[in-house]
Design a protein around this ligand. Structure first.
Ligand code: 13P
Length: 287
């Protein structure tokens, strides 16, 4: 059964480790992540972006697929199904569809509107026993061809949003989605420390988990990060394994296109990436 991310993240914050959020795109991705979590006895969060949700034929299909897998694969570790960077409408659709957790990314709204919408969604999630993540200070990336450090959140704004009763808070601390540029300034531990001091026991979320050096990940966890999102790294390992398979001409063996064979090396590569991250984040054995 899917669970809210609240308990697993509260335990992670207390125990000074982080639970990985791995984004899913299809059946193979999902199966690889769930099997790895079970094998390592680790709690896990499956992230679904709105785009991935559409690709997988809508949120109801995702819920059906994940619930089916939990049963058929006999998954007993805590699993949360979480909307990643949800819009207001997307958040409501996922609540309806049976997700156990949502992120409402109101960071692009003026702070008053972000507060108002977050408050409403917090109320609904509380009623349904779901967890909710909010974001303050947008996560960086490329803008007009210039790649810079991600934006840093204002610790007072973080406190304001945390006080609305969200389960976990994503604060921008110079992190970026996708690959980090060579001239990346690194994470702002000063900002993270200030946010953690203002928000106390609130589990903090680090987006853009791909490509952050291990020592920075560990330091971020020591300063209150209890959930780390990883997406690009799974895509890259899937891509590399699939390319090798095709370059070796393996896809031409056999009778014709067989997804079970073609997607197998990529699926194994995702398992290896998820295992490496769970070990780094310290969530192994914490289910
Ligand atoms: P990466 O794609 O950089 O791993 O970031 C994932 C993420 O933060 C999803 O919300």
């Amino acid at each position: 059964m899917l669970v809210s991310a609240k308990e697993m993240l509260t335990k992670a914050k207390e125990g000074k480790y982080a639970v990985g959020q791995f984004n899913i795109n299809n059946l193979e991705w999902t199966k690889a992540i769930l099997l790895t979590a079970q094998e390592l006895n680790s709690p896990v969060i499956l992230g679904v972006s709105e785009g991935a949700g559409k690709y997988m034929c809508g949120y109801k299909t995702v819920v059906g697929m994940v619930n089916g897998m939990l049963e058929e694969l006999k998954i007993t570790v805590p699993v949360a199904l979480h909307l990643d960077h949800g819009s207001y409408e997307g958040a409501k659709a996922c609540i309806e569809a049976g997700f156990s957790s949502i992120m409402f990314d109101g960071s692009h709204y003026p702070i008053e509107e972000n507060v108002e919408k977050t408050r409403e969604l917090v109320g609904i999630c509380e009623e349904k026993g779901m967890s909710i993540e909010a974001e303050v200070g947008s996560i960086g990336g490329e803008e007009d061809g210039v790649v810079g450090a991600g934006e840093c959140a204002d610790p007072d704004e973080c406190k304001m949003i945390a006080d609305l009763g969200v389960t976990m808070l994503a604060a921008g601390i110079g992190n970026i989605h996708g690959k980090y540029p060579d001239n990346w300034a690194g994470l702002s531990f000063e900002t993270l420390d200030a946010v953690q001091q203002k928000t106390g026991a609130m589990p903090l979320v680090l987006h853009g988990g791909t490509g952050i050096p291990a020592d920075m990940i560990k330091k971020a966890i020591s300063l209150g990060v209890s959930k780390i999102n990883v997406n690009t790294e799974c895509q890259l390992s899937f891509q590399e394994a699939t390319r090798k398979y095709i370059e070796a001409g393996k896809d031409l063996e056999g009778k014709g296109f067989d997804p079970r064979k073609l997607l197998a090396p990529g699926t194994e590569a995702i398992k290896a990436t998820v295992k490496e991250k769970m070990e780094l984040f310290g969530s192994v054995g914490k289910a």
